[in-house]
Design a protein around this ligand. Sequence first.
Ligand code: TXA
Ligand code: MG
Length: 319
Amino acid sequence: MVESPLVKTLLTTSAPEAAEFLRRGELVAFPTETVYGLGANAFDAAAVERIFVAKSRPADNPLIVHVASIGEVARVTREITPLADRLIGAFFPGPLTIVLPRSADVPDIVTGGLETVAVRMPRHLVALELLGAAGFPLCAPSANRSGRPSPTTWSAVIDDLGGRIACVLQGKATEIGLESTVVDARGDEAVILREGGLPAEEIARVARVRFPAAGEEAPASPGTRYRHYAPSAQVRRVVNPEEVRASRDAAFIGFHHPKGAAEFARCRVVADAAEMARELFAFFRECDANAVRTIYAELPAEEGIGRAIRDRLERAERR
Ligand code: TXA
Ligand code: MG
C-alpha cells in the first residue's frame, strides 16, 4: 500500500471552511454522535482513494455513505425497500446504518465492488452542518488508523491521522462512543451485520430482526473480518471483578470496584453501560499511551448498548 505523504493538518471549528477541503477532493475528519469519521466526497473516486491510504485500510472493506437528509438516501441507492422506509422513518437521523442496493452513481471504491451501499444520516449538528455546507454525501469510516480503536475525540484523530489528512473539524467528545449499528435492509427482515449505537431491541419495535447465520456475515459485511476496535494491550473480559488480580501493568474498566483498585495502572468504574460505551475507546487509547499490558473489562449485561460493548470486547480479546 502507498504511504501517505506528510501534509499540514488544519484544526478548525468552521464547517464551511472544512467543506472547502472536501470540495477540493481532500479529507476532513468530523464528529458524529457515534465516533469521529474521516470524510471524502462520496462521488469522487480519487478523494475516496485517499481515505484508504490515510488509514492504511484494506481496499475490500466498504465505506458508509453519510447523507444530510432523508431525501438524499435516494441519491445513493437504487431501491428503498418498505423495511428501509420504516427504519429510516423511525431512526434517521441517528446511529443506524442501512445496507441497500447501490445506485450506479456510487463509485466501486466506496462499496468495495459490492452491489450494495451502506447509508447513514448522522444526528450530530456539526456533522449535519458539514454535510450541508459540502452539498454532496460523504463516505466516512471511523477516523482511526486501521486496526486501532475508533476515535471519540478530535485529539485521538490527530494522534492517528495528524499529518495524513487536510483538516479536522473539531467538536466535543462523541456522545455514544461506539460505531453505528449496521443493518441489511434489502429483505423484509432487518439483518444485523454489526451491533452498535442503536440497540437491536429498539429496531425490533418496528421490524423483524435477525442475526446472520454462521458464514453469512463475512461476505455481507466485510469489515467484520478485520482486526478492529483493539488496543495494543491484551483485553480480558471479566465476569467477576473480585477475581481480577491488580498489578502496575494492568488496567480495569467496569461497574464494580475491583480488589486492590489502587494497584492498577488505570482503573475506571462506570455507572452504567452507556457510560462504558462512551468511555471504552478513549480508555483503550489511554492504556496504550501508558504501556498497560492487560486491560480487564467487566462485561455488561447482554441488553441494549451492552450487546455492542460485548461485541467490541470479544473482538478486542480475540485480536
Ligand atoms: O458510526 C459509524 O458507523 C462510524 C461513523 C463515522 O459514521 N463509521 C464507521 O465506519 O464505523 P467503518 O468504516 O469503521 O465501519 C463500516 C462498517 C464496516 O464493518 C463495513 O464492512 C460495513 O460497515 N459496510 C460498509 N458498507 C457495507 C456494505 N455495502 N455491505 C455490508 N457492510 C458494509
Ligand atoms: Mg472503523
